[in-house]
Ligand binder design. Structure first.
Ligand SMILES: C[S@@+](CC[C@H](N)C(=O)[O-])C[C@H]1O[C@@H](n2cnc3c(N)ncnc32)[C@H](O)[C@@H]1O
Length: 448
């Protein structure tokens, strides 16, 4: 392939924030590296990328209208946020806006009973795409539990319960069930959904499953969080020539708008730490996000994890990429009825709002709280190193329709244009737990 063309595609893929279905212009070698580019699909892929960029600019025209009940719910959430804006003297921080939109009691996106995950909802996560995802993680969990003489699995934010069901099924088959499977879920309706799914699929394993209201303490085992950290409220900031501005949310002529104010000390300090790590100041006018809650959450894990591994899966990049010059504008990502866009201020309470994760921030917090980064890899590398081949050994014996379905699922989990590259797994380790073998093919810890 022409080197310049390849560079354009690589850069375009790097910049893309798409949730698109996989394309066929990549293949991996056994070390998880992209090596083959099919010339015939390249032009189609370039067209797709350009369409995706365009769609980000025109998304408002393309977003479906909410139904009457959802629109009414969103008006109630907006009224709640407006009260807080008034109480805050005319504006609130973006983090507070995100907190209310997602978690306001009885109203927020994750608290009120909307569908959220799956076909009838707004987005699809890796466990919803294929049970292969949970089955590969189960292999890693079994490995860790065997080196620490058993323990507990603790899952944060279990969504529909799909990952828990797949992992418990696979751990049962492997003869490696944990002593308990604890779930911390902030959403009451998701908790009910998880219970229904697990009761339906694994009634005999329900004795192991507990829903808990507090993070683990004095913990030995495995912690799992898939797409939980990207749901933490983030601050938005703008670098000004002589300081840092906090981007806040106000109401102007009936709609929510961003306004800028001098950043409070805690946000200013966080931006200074980022700039210190980057070795230079961000350019004037640069806009991005920072998750101020992430450090304490990871430090909490460090304080709790006596022995074991925490596997954190999320959309994310290293700090250097997160605050790269060409990412001026930040990493917000919203989902409404399977349309992805970055307008966080619309549809309050009925759309998901996420922000990609700065994995360097997680690694720093982990190390300073006594954990070790045991591996950091894109989802494709993690799955391929973690036993995907073993999970696919019966592929060819399946009926053709099932083969096609399974290979499509695997493509969606592993192709760079789908979830293979943008999603990462970071493993944090304490005590004598094994370094997970999933990182034997790809480990990008050195990039953090
Ligand atoms: C995007 S969904 C991912 C669900 C699931 N892990 C999956 O992969 O399908 C985010 C999940 O995190 C939960 N959540 C958000 N903030 C949380 C927190 N601070 N602690 C525990 N769960 C949280 C939500 O209720 C929801 O279940």
């Amino acid at each position: 392939m022409d080197r310049n063309l390849r560079a354009v595609v690589v850069q375009a893929c790097h910049n893309s924030r798409t949730d698109s279905p996989g394309s066929t212009c990549y293949e991996y070698d056994s070390a998880g590296q992209v090596v083959v580019w099919h010339r015939e699909s390249l032009v189609e892929y370039l067209k797709f990328i350009l369409k995706d960029f365009t769609s980000h600019m025109q998304h408002d025209d393309q977003l479906p209208e909410p139904d009457t009940a959802s629109a009414a719910h969103s008006r109630r959430v907006a009224a709640f946020i407006r009260e807080h804006i008034a109480a805050g003297g005319g504006s609130i921080s973006f983090a507070e806006f995100m907190q209310h939109a997602l978690y306001a009691p009885k109203l927020g996106y994750y608290v009120a009973g909307t569908s959220k995950l799956g076909k009838s909802g707004d987005f699809v996560t890796a466990p919803e795409i294929s049970s292969v995802f949970g089955r590969v993680i189960a292999r890693q969990v079994a490995e860790v539990l065997s080196t620490i003489d058993g323990g507990v699995v603790f899952e944060y934010g279990a969504g529909s319960g799909r990952l828990a069901a797949d992992m418990l099924g696979a751990l049962n088959e492997l003869g490696a069930l944990p002593g308990r499977y604890d779930i911390l879920e902030v959403s009451a309706d998701l908790r009910e959904r998880q219970e229904r799914l697990l009761q339906g699929e694994h009634p005999e394993l329900m004795r192991l499953v507990n829903w808990v209201d507090a993070p683990p303490e004095n913990f030995s085992g495995v912690i799992i969080a898939n797409e939980v950290l990207d749901a933490f409220p983030v601050e938005r900031f703008r670098r000004a020539a002589n300081g840092v501005q906090q981007l806040r949310v106000a109401e102007l002529q009936g709609s929510f708008e961003i306004v800028a104010a001098d950043a409070p000390g805690i946000l200013r300090d966080a931006v200074m730490v980022i700039e210190r790590d980057l070795g230079c100041a961000l350019p004037a006018g640069y806009v991005s996000e920072v998750s101020l809650g992430l450090h304490d959450w990871v430090a909490g894990l460090g304080g709790a994890l006596r022995e074991g591994v925490a596997f954190l899966f999320d959309y994310g990049v290293s700090r250097r990429e997160y605050y790269a010059a060409d990412r001026d504008g930040g990493w917000l990502r919203c989902h409404f009825r399977h349309h992805a866009h970055n307008e966080a201020l619309i549809l309050p309470g009925i759309q998901d709002i996420t922000a990609w994760v700065d994995f360097t921030a997680i690694a720093d917090a982990a190390v300073s709280s006594g954990m070790e980064v045991a591996g950091f890899a894109p989802q494709a590398g993690f799955l391929m190193g973690g036993g995907l081949d073993a999970e696919l050994q019966y592929l060819e014996s399946l009926p053709a329709k099932d083969q096609l379905e399974l290979s499509t699922q695997v493509k969606n989990l592993t192709l760079p244009g789908a979830m293979g590259e943008n999603f990462k797994c970071m493993a944090l380790r304490c005590g004598d737990a094994a370094v997970p073998s999933a990182f034997r093919l790809t480990d990008r810890t050195h990039t953090l």
